[in-house]
Design a protein around this ligand. Structure first.
Ligand code: DON
Length: 412
């Protein structure tokens, strides 16, 4: 059978292609030369399957899509507190290049606007790196997200540097508040090189899938950043990633996202997939017109809104039956799927409602593919309490997702 997914992508690109509104960015002259008809879309699943349609192998500069990834590197390299002390997490409701900082502290409001991203660039890598070493850390880190070595488009970079007055003004303000502690022009140059890294739509889908996959690149298997960092980055993407269009985006599309002025757009849906689109014509917010349209379609056609989540607990108990008879009878409770709090609560209720009369009870986890920490602790508590009630409890756990509990006599 031929997979329907590439066909769906091709069909959706065809539906959106007639929208020729907007225009390529021209404040960086080199970007104005982009072919406005380019159009591509890709899905990268968290298990590494990748689908694409249209111009998915054309390179363009990553621009602001680099911001969440550089933020992830800063958080991973420096820790949360030093980064949060310098860059906030509040939506600004303003344009990406607004010259505005938090009153008093001079802290940029968030890492997705230029003020925050310029600061974040300065925080990548361990303390003490020089500008070249820090840029190398950013290039290496973004390459690890993509799973291939990325390079800078020197002509786009030079073109942006010739017109970087606004970013230089922002950086000088940051320096005056002590948020930046070094030469503003050097930091802006590093940030501009970061924005000038060349990527394809397929690269961006894999980078987004690395976020969706809790920080592990699904193709290379490399852990690029720790899980708590990914949670922070996705949260900020969902509130600030689309600048002054963030509220419309959150309600209508509902996928943590980030756009770039070269026409790229990414979305990362935790546990499912990374999505990327490419089309250079931009709307008034600096977001790709056809990219926004494609994400609207993907979200509604595929039910991808992050707030639309299936009931987590309902199907966790696969069966509850007695095997054997007489004194050998065993109460078997078969579980399945992924278990989090609501699923574990459902298992607690199953066991308490059943009130097993059999001496032997088995919890069968053969069909369970994941369990988070709270789910694990709650299942172990069920085992402990059943044991204390005098049952012999067996865990059927061939994949070893639960550690074997120890019930010490003192805990009785
Ligand atoms: O700072 C700039 O102006 C660019 N290098 C990046 C801006 C950008 O991509 C904004 N996003 N839509």
């Amino acid at each position: 059978m031929r997979s329907p997914i590439p066909d769906y992508l091709t069909e959706t690109l065809g539906d959106i292609a007639s929208d020729t509104s907007g225009a390529p960015a021209d404040y960086i002259p080199e970007l104005a030369t982009a072919d406005p008809e380019r159009l591509g879309a890709a899905f990268a699943m968290v298990d590494g399957a990748v689908y694409g349609a249209g111009d998915v192998n054309i390179e363009f500069t990553i621009q602001s899509i680099s911001k969440p990834f550089a933020y992830a590197l800063a958080l991973a390299d420096r820790g949360f507190d030093p980064v949060l002390a310098k860059v906030g997490v509040e939506p600004s409701g303003e344009a990406f290049n607004e010259i505005s900082l938090e009153g008093g502290s001079g802290r940029p409001l968030n890492p997705m606007i230029n003020a925050g991203a310029i600061t974040t660039h300065s925080l990548a890598g361990p303390v003490g790196l020089d500008a070249a070493e820090r840029l190398q850390r950013v290039v290496d880190g973004l390459s690890a997200f993509a799973g291939r070595r990325l390079t800078v488009d020197e002509s786009v970079c030079a073109s942006e540097m010739e017109h970087a007055h606004r970013n230089l003004a922002i950086a000088h303000m940051l320096r005056s508040y002590g948020v930046l502690t070094e030469d503003p022009a050097t930091v802006v140059e590093g940030y501009t090189r970061q924005c000038s890294l060349l990527v394809t739509t397929l690269d961006l889908a894999v980078m987004a899938a690395t976020l969706a996959n809790h920080g592990v690149n699904p193709l290379s298997g490399e852990r690029v950043v720790p899980e708590p960092v990914v949670r922070q980055v996705l949260s900020v993407m969902s509130t600030c990633g689309m600048y002054d269009a963030a509220g419309d985006w959150a309600t209508q599309v509902g996928i943590p996202a980030k756009s770039g002025v070269a026409g790229g757009l990414i979305g990362a849906l935790p546990g499912q997939l990374g999505i990327a689109t490419f089309s250079p014509r931009l709307d008034a917010h600096g977001n790709s017109v056809r990219g926004v349209g494609l994400f609207g379609r993907f979200s509604s056609d595929m039910g991808l809104h992050v707030m639309e989540v299936p009931a987590a607990g309902r199907a966790v108990v696969r069966s509850n039956h007695v095997a054997g008879a007489g004194p050998d009878a065993v109460r078997v409770i078969e579980l399945q799927g992924g278990i989090r709090f609501a699923g574990a609560e459902r298992v607690v209720r199953e066991v308490t409602d059943t009130a097993p009369t059999e001496n032997r009870v088995a919890l069968d986890l053969t069909m369970v593919y994941s369990i988070d920490d709270v789910g694990r602790r709650m299942l172990l508590e069920i085992v402990r309490r059943l044991t204390l009630d005098g049952h012999q409890v067996a865990l059927i756990d061939p994949e070893g997702i639960l550690p074997v509990p120890e019930v010490s006599p003192e805990s009785r």
